[in-house]
Design a protein around this ligand. Structure first.
Ligand code: AHN
Ligand code: ZN
Length: 327
């Protein structure tokens, strides 16, 4: 009887080993099978949230589109989150002008000590200074990818978290006034990008606010986007970069989240890392071959809804939901 049991155990072990080997063999290098249950992320819903923002027109500081979109975003956050903040401030831009601005914050489980920040910028660039056609270079852009894509993904995450409360606290922050930096042909020194993030990092919405870490999304909607590992992110929060990239890999998204260093990008996360009490990484499309380092439509009038791919929004959203679930 004992012998039989032993043989059975050995046989079962061999079978397990065989099936394990088999699975490893069949798996192509960059596209492993999803071994975890996928949390829901509806890329059609995320896409609709991107489109709703671009439908306001360019959300440029001082415009009606900017103000209308602020109200809409605030109401969406109120619909999904436990607590919502509108942090008003005045942005002084490099051209000597001042603008009424607002960082928008939606919190889940504000009482929890363990928490993460998910962020994106909601303003749009006032001029298409990288447009190939000189006649377009003073035209405001829709910023479907540059701004609205990250916000759209985060609104869909908020909608999902409302239905399925996370174990940790989550603060969603929509930074204003990221994209009013000097034009390409202007040689102007100073910290003129990420004005909303600079304001928030130096004056968080709650005194003494902290988080375990943060994740910024910027330009997460291009077809076949490539997210290389941005270098300030690697320097300041390499462990978070590895956690997010390995989660994406496990979900089969290794073609998007490439295990390679990318650019050195002064985005909103740079100011959070400089002034706040926790570190943030940037998930940002990087294209070394494009000349600018970004997508070919970056800061052109073609950064519009036609250029947004639902699949990319889905890859990023699904990965973020899994990161939250794993905490
Ligand atoms: C520059 O590197 C000039 N800007 C990166 C931040 C940015 C602009 N993200 C979107 N637009
Ligand atoms: Zn931009």
């Amino acid at each position: 009887m004992l012998k039989m049991k032993k043989i059975l155990i050995i046989l079962m072990g061999a079978a397990l080993l065989f099936s394990a080997c088999d699975r490893t063999k069949k798996r192509p290098k960059d596209t492993p099978q999803a071994s975890v249950t996928l949390p829901a992320f509806d890329h059609d819903s995320a896409y609709a949230f991107v489109k709703a923002q671009t439908d306001f027109g360019p959300r440029v500081l001082g415009t009606e589109a900017h103000e209308n979109c602020r109200v809409w975003l605030l109401n969406k956050l109120r619909e999904y989150c436990d607590t919502v903040y509108n942090q008003s401030f005045t942005a002084k831009t490099y051209d000597g002008k001042s603008w009424p601005c607002a960082n928008l914050i939606g919190s889940f489980a504000p009482e929890k000590a363990k928490r993460i920040v998910l962020a994106a910028h909601w303003d749009a660039r006032p001029f298409a200074d990288h447009d190939p056609n000189p006649a377009n270079r003073e035209t405001p852009i829709d910023g479907a990818n540059d701004g609205a894509s990250g916000v759209g993904v985060l609104l869909e995450i908020a909608r999902q978290l409302r239905a399925n409360q996370p174990n940790i606290g989550v603060d969603i922050i929509f930074f204003d006034a990221e994209d009013y930096g000097p034009k390409e042909n202007e040689d102007i020194q100073g910290e003129w990008w990420g004005l909303g993030a600079q304001h928030w990092a130096e004056n968080p919405h709650i005194q003494g606010y902290t988080a375990n870490y943060g994740i910024l999304l910027d330009m997460v909607g291009s077809p076949n986007a490539q997210f290389m590992q941005e270098q300030f992110s690697l320097r300041d929060a390499g462990d978070v970069v590895r956690k997010v990239w390995s989660t994406a890999y496990e979900l089969g998204h290794g073609q998007y989240f490439q295990n390679k260093p990318g650019g050195v990008i002064t985005d909103d996360h740079y100011y959070v890392n400089k002034y706040a009490s926790f570190k943030m990484i940037d998930i940002i499309h990087y294209d070394a071959a494009s000349g600018t380092g970004f997508d070919p439509v970056w800061h052109t009038v073609n950064d519009n809804i036609q250029h947004i791919d639902k699949n990319t929004l889905g890859v990023v959203g699904t990965t973020l939901l899994q990161v939250i679930k794993n905490e």
